[in-house]
Design a protein around this ligand. Structure first.
Ligand SMILES: Cc1cc2nc3c(=O)[nH]c(=O)nc-3n(C[C@H](O)[C@H](O)[C@H](O)COP(=O)(O)O)c2cc1C
Length: 400
């Protein structure tokens, strides 16, 4: 996509991920955007302004009060003239400052005065990201309408492993192009009732232990948010997850697969479409111990029985005016298994995803293949679950 005529301010703060930003700036320049770079003092310790000046083809702004330069109200110009501000990498410090209106350097002052949208790609150590203060700042900024390219999971420069790594430059670039190509969404699902399921379920072994899986619920929550954005009256049936329900969604919280099945069957009667993005446990202990099972040196044998297959049950109940969308997470023979499920469970669409470094369970990004009866599979390349949800909902809307 061409970004000709767009002016993008890229702000860098003091994190090791600064070394990736020239790739982003180059991609933006190749797409014909004008790029102005603003760096914090800390960012200049990680990468030289000369590098950014060269790739952006513009002077780099760093100091609020540079000696001997005519600056006047440069911070206001830098705030008002760009079509989009992108902060990548954004430190924990930057999130804290922006969330609290602190303007103690050029970048934070520009962001405070920014007339247009601000997109933030946080990058930090796993513990800094998990810190409740950082999370509160992140949530506050999201509520205030700041756009985020969420950090990914992986190995960190400090040898820790976890969430906090800056999204790759191509993912940030895609988020920028998606931002500029967005059209005001028509509320094409107005009057439709959507039922979305999300997350894993818990199958208790005893009062303190349970069987579950790695599903975080992010895909289902993103789909529910996308359905609301298109005007659908949306009910979200969610297993235990640590996500906030999107605004405008009716949440039904469940714990076990049996509970989820009961809620789905009840709500499905009055729904136009079910999107089954949850990953209910396939097996549950035959019986639940009344007291905590004591540890002993003997092997512990658990008898498991299959849980109810919610999609199969719903597929049988489906009326002609209803649509059912399933998800398949496969580690082998993905297409063949997904095709079989599509047919056997009487689905209108199945979304195939595979567990990977940036796809499947517990990631903010995904890459999926959409299968519909009688149609060629459609691949949706790696993108945030939010972007993927928007694309999936376009297909679902056409089915309705
Ligand atoms: C080697 C090194 C790497 C760092 N990486 C990060 C990082 O990835 N994220 C972060 O929030 N802070 C990181 N810091 C700490 C920040 O640089 C520090 O909090 C600084 O005050 C941030 O300033 P700024 O937000 O104005 O750029 C790092 C520090 C060092 C010495």
């Amino acid at each position: 996509m061409s970004l000709k005529g767009k002016k993008i301010a890229v702000g860098l703060t003091g994190g090791i991920a600064c070394y990736k930003v020239p790739y982003l700036v180059r991609a933006l320049r190749k797409a014909e955007a004008e790029v102005v770079v603003i760096m914090t003092e800390a960012a200049t310790k990680f990468i030289t302004p000369l590098t950014l000046e060269t790739v952006s083809d513009n002077p780099v702004a760093i100091e609020m009060f540079p000696d001997g330069e005519y600056v006047s109200t440069r911070h206001i110009d830098l705030a008002e003239s760009p079509d989009l501000h992108v902060i990548a990498p954004a430190t924990a410090n930057l999130l804290g400052k922006v969330a609290n209106g602190i303007c103690d350097d050029l970048l934070t002052t520009v962001i405070c005065a920014a007339a247009g949208p601000v997109m933030i790609a946080p990058a930090m150590n796993v513990h800094m990201w998990a810190n409740p203060i950082t999370q509160a700042n992140f949530e506050r900024l999201k509520e205030l309408g700041y756009l985020f390219v969420d950090p990914g999971e992986g190995e960190m420069a400090c040898d820790d492993y976890g969430v906090g790594r800056m999204a790759e430059p191509d993912v940030i670039f895609d988020a920028i192009t998606a931002f500029f190509s967005r059209k005001p969404k028509k509320k094409v699902l107005t009057g439709k009732r959507f039922l979305v399921t999300a997350g894993a379920t818990h199958e208790p072994i005893d009062p303190v232990r349970f069987i579950t899986n790695r599903s975080s619920g992010r895909m289902g929550y993103a789909l529910a948010e996308a359905a609301v954005a298109l005007g659908a009256e949306t009910t979200l049936i969610s297993g235990p997850v640590s996500l906030k329900p999107p605004p405008g969604v009716k949440l039904i919280a469940v714990e076990s697969t049996a509970e989820m099945a009961r809620a789905v069957k009840r709500e499905f009667k009055t729904s136009d479409c079910l999107i089954m993005a949850a990953a209910p446990a396939d097996y549950a202990p035959v019986s639940r111990a009344g007291q905590k099972i004591k540890k002993s040196s003997d092997a512990l044998k658990l008898d498991l029985s299959p849980t109810v297959d919610i999609l199969r049950e719903v597929g049988k109940l489906k009326r002609d005016d209803q649509r059912v969308i399933g998800f398949a997470l496969e580690t082998e023979n993905g297409l063949a298994n997904a095709r079989r499920k599509l047919k056997e469970k009487n689905l209108d669409m199945i979304v195939l995803n595979s567990p990977g470094e940036q796809t499947g369970f517990d990631h903010d990004t995904n890459a999926v293949t959409v299968l519909m009866p009688g149609k060629r599979p459609v691949y949706i390349a790696l993108a945030t679950k939010k972007v993927i949800s928007g694309k999936l909902l376009d297909y679902v809307a056409r089915l309705l």
